[in-house]
Design a protein. Structure first.
Length: 465
């Protein structure tokens, strides 16, 4: 019997879910209301698309598993993406001080524009699987509270019912899954939102000559000083360009005008970003986005979850993009779907329930990292910190402080940040001992640059006046 799977949303989560389904369904149809670009171009349906994105190694590994025979990493690098070591290739100021750069490279991440990443992954999936993308808007789920049987869609020719044996909602931050479920009698969805009011402001520059090997540089916001957070990042992307992304929580939002953007950089806790960019040629206007709140639907807690339905990606949980976890969580969720299909089969009882419970694990780790910091900004909207939040934050800060001068602590944090390891591993004896011992080396008084990098920084600062 022919089996059809339908995925709502052609973003990263949806395309990867289609890859997972294609090995088991005879037909996989991905629905999206946008006209998708034919190349690495921005699209309207992705509000965060113009801002900084980091693809962690855990997420990349999941993508490679989902598209066998195609190297997503290789395609991205060939298209100009950069591969950066978390341990040695990054200059970072954290709330607990400057991180050192260790000789062991450890986990790596890829940096490029979100437009390039989405395009490369989409083309890889379309080339390697039997996936079809159709321009249509999903209106509601078909079926009942026990079994989903398809999706009602709207196209240029009108409305129609699209039958399916399996449906994945990967429609992103604007998902209407709660309303769709209520219409079928599935109620009581627990939701939580933590909103620090973060605003992203991003501008792309031509990378200055001589700065080809300057490391990714990031100044993190400090949520523990009872004032709004300010952050900034310079990261390399394809086309010999730098993406400069600034971020501020409620009360310290970065401006959208070029002069204000530059001044905001100068007002950050360290002048390194302003010096790097001072003489660089801007290639775009300043683009801003307010779609940065953390929001989670605890669908795994629904007692009788309808069969034939799974919710992935931003439709399930969104995270403050400052922490670089969203894309990897989407990829890990799609891989969990793939593995359950491999083990249980398309018609296994409670398949959808098992998947929905499984994807809650990577969501929880990313949620704890993002919300565990955002709740401390003074103007954050959401539940007040609990006793458990205070205990977790205290331990996290102690471990991060240790990481500024202890390789074991830094390595443990890098593995969790890269999503190669679950957050629970930070409670293993090694990290616990590192947190107890604290930093073994004295704190750095400034950014950990090599002599050549310092010369480059001096030259760039002088060129920019």
């Amino acid at each position: 019997m022919s089996r059809r799977a339908v995925v709502v949303g052609a973003g990263l989560a949806g395309v990867l879910a289609a890859a997972a389904l294609s090995a088991h369904a005879d037909e996989v149809i991905v629905l999206d209301r946008d006209e998708l670009p034919a190349g690495p171009e921005h699209r309207k349906g992705l509000p965060q698309g113009r801002h900084a994105h980091l693809l962690m190694s855990g997420g990349l590994a999941a993508m490679e598993d989902l598209v066998p025979g195609v190297s997503v990493r290789g395609r991205l690098l060939d298209a100009g993406a950069h591969e950066i070591s978390l341990n040695s290739g990054m200059v970072a100021l954290t709330p607990e001080g400057w991180l050192r750069r260790w000789r062991h490279p450890g986990p790596r991440m890829l940096t490029c524009s979100r437009a390039l990443l989405d395009w490369v992954v989409r083309e890889a999936v379309l080339a390697g699987t039997k996936t079809e993308i159709r321009r249509a808007q999903a209106l509601q789920l078909l079926g009942d509270a026990r079994q989903i049987t398809g999706v009602r869609i709207s196209t240029e020719t009108g409305e129609a019912d699209l039958d399916a044996d399996f449906v994945v909602d990967a429609s992103g931050r604007g998902s209407r899954i709660t309303h769709w479920l209520e219409a079928l009698g599935v109620t009581g969805v627990e939701e939580r939102t933590v909103d620090s009011g973060l605003v992203n402001a991003t501008r792309v520059y031509r990378r200055p000559e001589g700065a080809e090997h300057f490391p990714l540089t990031i100044l993190q916001a400090n949520p523990y000083v009872s004032r709004p957070g300010r952050a900034g990042m310079v990261l390399p992307i394809e086309g010999d360009r730098w993406m400069v992304s600034l971020a501020g929580t409620r009360g310290a939002e970065p401006p959208a005008d070029p002069d204000g953007f530059a001044q905001y950089m100068r007002d950050l806790p360290d002048p390194i970003l302003a010096r790097l960019v001072s003489g660089a040629e801007p290639l775009t206007d300043v683009h801003t986005s307010h779609s940065t709140h953390n929001s989670r639907r605890y669908l795994e807690k629904i007692r009788d979850w309808p069969e034939g339905l799974v919710v992935l990606g931003d439709a399930l949980a969104t995270f403050n993009p400052a922490y670089g976890q969203g894309m990897s969580v989407a990829a890990l969720g799609a891989r969990i779907l793939s593995r359950e299909l491999d083990e249980e089969g398309f018609t296994a009882p409670a398949l959808a329930t098992k998947v929905q419970h499984g994807v809650a694990t990577p969501v929880e780790g990313a949620w704890a990292m993002a919300v565990g910091q955002d709740i401390w900004y003074p103007a954050t909207k959401g539940p007040a910190p609990t006793t458990a939040d205070r205990l977790i934050t205290g331990y996290s800060r102690r471990l991060l402080k240790a990481a500024t001068g202890s390789y074991p602590a830094a390595a443990a944090l890098a593995r969790v940040t890269s999503m190669e390891a679950d957050a629970s591993t930070l409670m293993h004896p090694g990290p616990l001992l590192s947190a107890l011992n604290g930093p073994l080396l004295p704190p750095l008084s400034g950014p950990p640059l090599t002599p050549a990098e310092r010369e480059t920084l001096e030259a760039l600062g002088s060129a920019g006046g």
